[in-house]
Ligand binder design. Structure first.
Ligand SMILES: C[S@@+](CC[C@H](N)C(=O)[O-])C[C@H]1O[C@@H](n2cnc3c(N)ncnc32)[C@H](O)[C@@H]1O
Length: 347
């Protein structure tokens, strides 16, 4: 059986109506494909250069829906399988639908996420978002002509948790997309990097969500970098002990570097399993530099960006949904490296 046939089988067992024909259950299954098409639509809108344009989004959505509707018009399971494969829709999409709050398989249960959020918030309580904003503003007045790419904002733990759950329970599974046989975030270990790390909260949130070997960040503004060093010290002295008491004994290493995150000579993050950038305010040229550096990541590595996707054919968008951030809603893109890194080393 192909992956998609397995997925349909699983769908039928968990959600299917026993008194329906295969064709009727298959029609319901199609609706999951349409849900997935939201991702394509958001991506298409972004390609059009205006993430927030509702008319563009709804046009793209309608177009995508229509094309999927057309391609999935046949109701036989076999044809659905072929249509899904043709669309490049991941088998994992059915797992999204099947996942519930108590995802025991991955350990990312609702109670786990709530507990870790509470621990995270306690650790960072002396560093509220407004503190990061003030430090960033001070750093920027000290510069001449500070670019808009330095605008400050922070992740919300909850939204980050959703993205990580998706990687754990879907995109990081071996056999999904280009994920390597060992998987991504399927076992303790791995490396997480935050590019433009601010006061360092995403690296700490990452450590609270998965027992990485290393969580690290690179920040160009010195005041923010100093604050991230303080938070790293707090994480080592209090965070690790709290995690150990909560059943996560892994002594995740944490480090922050001052400098340009998109110069791999400053900090080499090409060994990352999960790389993140809160890129809403990044310019096209900065995204271009990000994409060039990201070509050095291994095949299967996951890159999470906000609002803007990586402008590179070496990556595919697995997911793109809007989540709440400190400044409002932002599309969270989960992308995966399709290709091996070039043989040539980093300059
Ligand atoms: C929106 S903030 C995100 C802060 C943090 N990552 C978070 O999500 O909570 C973006 C950060 O990227 C930093 N930044 C922008 N360009 C950068 C570059 N070339 N290298 C390193 N940091 C950069 C900014 O100074 C800012 O702190």
């Amino acid at each position: 059986m192909s992956d998609l046939e397995v997925a349909f089988d699983k769908y039928k067992k968990e959600y299917g109506h026993s008194d329906w024909t295969d064709e009727e259950n298959a029609a319901q299954f199609n609706k999951f494909a349409n849900t997935m098409s939201m991702t394509d639509a958001t991506t298409a809108a972004q390609e059009g250069g205006s993430e927030s344009s509702p008319s563009l989004q709804s046009q793209s959505l309608t177009g995508t829906m229509e094309s999927i509707e057309g391609r999935l018009s046949s109701r036989s399971t076999e044809n659905i399988t072929r249509s899904f494969a043709g669309l490049g829709v991941q088998t994992a999409s059915t797992r999204t639908a099947a996942a519930n709050d108590e995802d025991v398989d991955t350990g990312m249960t609702k109670s786990f996420l709530e507990r870790r959020q509470e621990m995270f918030e306690k650790l960072v309580e002396k560093y509220p978002t407004k503190f990061g904003k003030l430090v960033s503003q001070k750093d920027r007045v000290d510069m001449l002509d500070a670019p808009a790419t330095l605008t400050y904002g922070e992740i919300e733990f909850e939204s980050f948790g959703v993205a990580f759950s998706k990687i754990k329970r879907m995109y990081g599974m071996p056999g999904i997309g280009t994920t390597p046989p060992s998987g991504i975030m399927q076992a303790p270990g791995g490396k997480f990097y935050d590019l433009g790390s601010g006061t360092g909260k995403p690296a700490i949130a990452a450590a609270y969500l998965h027992p990485f070997d290393l969580v690290a960040g690179v920040e160009i503004l010195p005041g923010l970098h100093s604050s991230s060093l303080e938070l790293a010290a707090l994480f080592r002295s209090e965070g690790l002990a709290a995690l150990a008491a909560d059943g996560q004994p892994q002594a995740t290493h944490i480090e922050f570097t001052l400098g340009d995150a998109f110069d791999l000579g400053v900090a080499d993050w090409s060994d990352g399993d999960v790389v993140f950038a809160n890129s809403t305010c990044f310019s096209d040229s900065l995204m271009g530099r990000f994409a060039s550096a990201a070509e050095h990541l291994k095949k299967g590595a996951i890159v999470i960006t906000f609002t803007k996707r990586l402008p590179s054919p070496a990556f595919t968008v697995l997911d793109g949904k809007v989540y709440k951030m400190s400044w409002g809603g932002a599309t969270v893109y989960i992308q995966q490296k399709l290709t091996d890194p070039p043989a040539s080393r980093i300059p």
